[in-house]
Design a protein around this ligand. Structure first.
Ligand code: SF4
Length: 581
């Protein structure tokens, strides 16, 4: 297996070994729901059975300093999984920003024009659903778990620990090793050096979000993707949170749009969600299988804010937070194998997302909850083999979540290149046929392979991004530069550590990419981490990487057309600090 670690292996270092029965990797909604459900199931089992489960240790590690710091999503939540997990969630202080009451869906055609759908398309009907901040929701879930006391179970929530390597034994997963802390850029240990721990577990549940670092290692060994018709595919979203004058936005306001400012042939769209405290979440997502070498979700968001309808919403408002993230959008046809010896995959890393509804939190949470049922059986039978854990995959796909994913299985491939009349026709057909369209399964390429040269896309060889008309006059008030936006993500990394963005094929590959494709990383990164600085003759020697700005969206790992960037976890605790996103 290739070693993508940014950290030296250090065989000489003695590492503390901790034993868990179950280890959840990642503190997102899927794993938190899984851990919560597992505690419920153990409690219920112990109450009714004489063969009690006792002396269990269950852990959850999260790379952020606190659970919720890296959680970033729109979002209008379909509460189906939450209600199953916690029927009295509203009484227990669930942080709903508001409940959807006013919905608009638009097709924008230019900065000043558009068409408001008289009826809501079925997949955009959200009436009564909670508008949430995923950051606040995951904090609440962690608090609910921490407040539990389940006899016979020791629960350890461990934020600030990044999973660096999968631990293997005879071809099966036996846990993860966490990242070392206190390492200099040259790899030497500092005085505060803390070696990563070996966390061994009977079963490990991976919920790292899109493009997980450990999921990559699993893929290399286990080839979990090989039976899926399509590769995993993604969108990148950029989102700002605004405070707007009181009364500006009706209670429970939701707006979605397609079309402008996307170019012809590009997939994606916008969302505007009314949150509590006169706040608005304003975001734009762009499909990463665009051919445009200068695809830029942040720039699309800025352009989107110039539309008359959005401009009037934001007038007199103040920007308070920003973030960026990749979203899985492949769904069922991109889903990897969900279970393997000693481990399970849940959430975005398993492509549990309904791209048609722009929603995945409910599907991921349900994944975690179904995984918990399988884990309980495995604990009772002391059987963590692949056949035992495959019950999870079967149960998930036979549940309502499998039905929902089957119904939208061709959605992304249908609209990946825009909402054309033929795409609209296919969408209509898929609605009545529960997902089937001619050619099912429709194929998509990897996002990286879709990027073409500047000459092929813009008809101009060697075009650089500076030569493009940005179409946006940044004013620092409504239209914000990337760097000013990034400041509002709260991102921070210890700058003494080795850079966590690894150039794996050499800088000369980046230089050649700059000449032909204009170095797409300099535009698609929503945090302006990558920059090319040509000399007076226009020559570049390397790509400059300001890793401390990285908001952990993973877009570079997904979209680099040369496959030259690998995202690895920085020291635990580094990254954005989302509180409202
Ligand atoms: Fe996202 Fe990569 Fe930029 Fe970090 S460096 S913000 S992971 S595109």
């Amino acid at each position: 297996m290739r070693d993508y670690s940014t950290q030296a292996v250090r065989p000489e270092v003695e590492r503390e070994e901790l034993e868990f029965d179950v280890l959840f990797v990642g503190g997102g909604p899927a794993n938190l729901a899984g851990l919560w459900r597992l505690l419920d199931l153990i409690e219920a089992h112990n109450a009714r059975s004489s063969k009690k489960l006792e002396g269990l240790t269950i852990g959850l590690i999260e790379k952020a300093d606190e659970i919720g710091d890296h959680a970033f999503s729109g979002a209008v939540l379909d509460p189906v999984a939450l209600k199953a997990l916690c029927p009295d969630y509203l009484e227990r202080g669930f942080p709903a920003e508001s409940l959807v009451q006013n919905e608009e869906v638009w097709l924008f055609t230019s900065e000043r024009s558009g068409f408001k759908f008289p009826l809501l398309p079925p997949f955009f009907q959200n009436h009564g659903h909670p508008i949430i901040s995923l950051s606040r929701m995951t904090r609440w879930m962690a608090q609910q778990i921490e407040a539990r006391e389940v006899p016979g179970v020791d629960v350890m929530l461990l934020p600030g620990f990044a999973g660096m390597n999968v631990l293997w034994e005879e071809g099966r997963v036996v846990g993860v090793q966490t990242a070392d802390k206190g390492v200099n850029a040259d790899g030497s240990p500092r005085s505060n050096f803390e070696p990563g721990n070996r966390l061994r577990a009977k079963v490990t549940v991976f919920g790292e979000g899109p493009r997980g670092h450990l999921a990559r290692q699993l893929e290399e060994v286990l080839h979990l993707q090989q039976d899926a018709p399509n590769p995993q595919v993604f969108e990148t979203g950029a989102k700002e949170i605004w405070e707007v004058p009181e009364g500006r936005v009706p209670e429970g306001f939701v707006l979605h749009s397609a079309g402008w400012p996307l170019k012809e042939g590009e997939g994606g769209g916008s969302f505007v969600y009314g949150m509590g405290g006169n706040r608005l979440a304003v975001g734009f997502v762009a499909s990463l299988d665009s051919a445009d070498p200068f695809l830029d979700a942040h720039l699309l968001l800025q352009k989107f804010k110039t539309h008359t309808r959005i401009r009037e919403l934001l007038e007199g408002g103040k920007l308070i937070q920003y973030g960026g993230k990749a979203l899985a959008i492949g769904g069922l046809h991109s889903m990897p194998r969900l279970a393997f010896p000693g481990g399970l995959l849940v959430g975005d890393g398993a492509q549990m997302v309904n791209a048609a509804r722009l929603k995945g939190i409910h599907l991921g949470m349900h994944g975690g909850m179904v995984a918990a049922e399988t884990v309980l059986d495995a604990l009772l039978e002391n059987d963590f083999s692949e056949p035992s854990l495959q019950r999870y995959s079967k149960a998930y796909l036979e549940s309502w979540a499998g039905d929902e994913l089957r119904a939208c299985r061709n959605f992304h491939a249908t609209v990946a290149h825009g909402l054309t009349p033929s795409a609209a026709l296919r969408l209509g057909l898929a609605l009545v046929s529960k997902g089937w369209v001619p050619g099912d399964p429709l194929k998509v390429s990897t996002d990286a392979a879709a990027t073409v040269t500047t000459e092929a896309f813009y008809g101009k060889k060697g075009l650089q991004v500076q030569e493009l008309d940005p179409g946006v006059k940044f004013d620092g008030a409504r239209l914000i530069t990337k760097l000013d936006d990034v400041y509002l993500s709260g991102v921070m990394h210890d700058e003494h550590q080795p850079g966590h963005l690894k150039i794996v094929r050499g800088h000369e590959v980046c230089v050649a990419c700059y000449a032909t494709k204009g170095a797409p990383c300099t535009t698609f990164c929503p945090a302006q981490v990558y920059e090319m600085h040509p000399d007076e003759k226009g020559r570049v020697e390397k790509v400059e990487i300001a890793f401390s700005n990285c908001v952990h969206c993973k877009t570079c790992d997904i979209k680099c057309p040369e496959g030259n960037v690998v995202w690895t976890p920085p020291e635990g605790g580094g990254g954005p600090k989302y509180t409202l996103s």
